[in-house]
Design a protein around this ligand. Structure first.
Ligand SMILES: NC(=O)C1=CN([C@@H]2O[C@H](COP(=O)(O)OP(=O)(O)OC[C@H]3O[C@@H](n4cnc5c(N)ncnc54)[C@H](OP(=O)(O)O)[C@@H]3O)[C@@H](O)[C@H]2O)C=CC1
Ligand SMILES: O=C(O)[C@@H]1CCC=N1
Length: 316
């Protein structure tokens, strides 16, 4: 692990995701330091230089305190900047574009930004904004030799606790070995990654980006039911969350969800009774439709469209 020789990671937009990603990377680095003191690690997938200095840019001054509150306990060099995106970009080796989807033109259109980004990796996590949209905006006359490499990734908010499911869009032409190692290291350090083609980025946004909200709704509803039957809320919430974690652990361990469900359903028992109530409510159809709706909405986000459920209107 390179320490004194470390890279600088800048986030452009220090909101929920900017903080979550920096927090996850810092936590991972802190963990690596501890582990490397105890055992040797497989370095074949580790870039020669890792990010260990961080710059958080935002246009809202209040973001500085939020970033410091969330991250200063990690003790990595952390600079917070307000309305100084160009400086943040100049000092960066790798950047995460983490503003709202419609905000990318304000940031990338700033005078001097193109020069500040030259030769660097710009990871966009914006929902609904394609790699091509960003590249065409930055380089309307075609990619110059010193163009930055735009890489699209869809992580989720669990980055903060290093449990993200991040979808890395396959880059065309391929990234260099060093670039790929670095991008994969950043997102592997904050959870799990898969690499997929551009045409599935919107559904990945719905399933993985929005997913924590959908699963949280399920968790909250289960907690409410338990509270209604007499459990104290604090315990009920932990019990529901741990049960959800256990279920995901089994599935990630190879158990098929349908088999898992059947194994829990004792004949004549309480589980099948509960499941049939869920089926009466067409929960599966609605959950699946939520993913479909979110996919459609995600696909509109880069075009300035708004609203859901057939009420979408394109901004003129
Ligand atoms: N939230 C999530 O779980 C996920 C979000 N995403 C994507 O990540 C991106 C960020 O989402 P999220 O973190 O939730 O959004 P937030 O609104 O929490 O954060 C975005 C931040 O960018 C700031 N910002 C806006 N304009 C500028 C500018 N010109 N220069 C610097 N900073 C600016 C915003 O400031 P201000 O508030 O003042 O506008 C805000 O603090 C979005 O594009 C979203 O699609 C992807 C996966 C999951
Ligand atoms: O709701 C949104 O638009 C963003 C993208 C994925 C999660 N949150």
């Amino acid at each position: 692990m390179a320490d004194s020789n470390g890279l600088t990671l800048t986030v452009l937009g220090s909101g929920t995701m900017g903080i979550a990603i920096m927090g996850g990377v810092m936590s991972s680095l802190a963990d690596m330091k501890l582990k490397s003191a105890l055992q040797s690690t497989d370095n074949s997938k580790t870039p020669s230089r890792l990010p260990n200095k961080f710059i958080a840019c935002d246009m809202w001054a209040g973001a500085e305190a939020k970033v410091k509150d969330a991250l200063s306990h990690y003790s990595f060099p952390l600079t917070t900047l307000t309305n100084e995106n160009i400086r943040g970009a100049k000092e960066a080796d790798i950047l995460i574009l983490s503003c709202k989807p419609h905000g990318f033109k304000d940031i990338l259109g700033e005078k001097g930004m193109r020069e500040a980004l030259a030769g660097k990796i710009l990871v966009s996590i914006l929902a609904g904004v394609t790699q091509q949209q960003i590249e065409t905006f930055l380089y309307p006359d075609g990619l110059p030799e010193d163009a930055c490499r735009v890489v699209r990734v869809m992580p989720n908010t669990a980055s903060f606790v290093r449990e993200s499911m991040s979808v890395i869009q396959k880059s065309e032409p391929p990234l260099s070995d060093d670039q790929l190692k670095l991008v994969e290291w950043v997102f592997n350090s904050i959870g799990r990654t898969v690499t997929l083609p551009p045409q599935v980025m919107d559904v990945s946004t719905a399933l993985c980006g929005s997913g924590p909200a959908f699963f949280a709704l399920m968790l909250e509803a289960a907690t409410d039911g338990a509270v209604a039957m007499g459990l104290p809320r604090a315990e009920a919430q932990i019990m529901a969350a741990q049960t959800m974690r256990g279920t995901t652990g089994l599935v990630l361990n190879g158990e098929h969800p349908a088999v898992l469900k059947d194994k829990v359903s004792t004949p004549g028992g309480c589980t099948i009774g509960g499941l049939l109530v869920l089926e009466e409510g067409t929960v599966r159809g609605h959950v699946a439709r939520a993913i479909r709706e979110a996919t459609v909405v995600a696909s509109q986000l880069g075009q300035g469209a708004q609203n859901v459920n057939g009420t979408r209107q394109t901004k003129l």
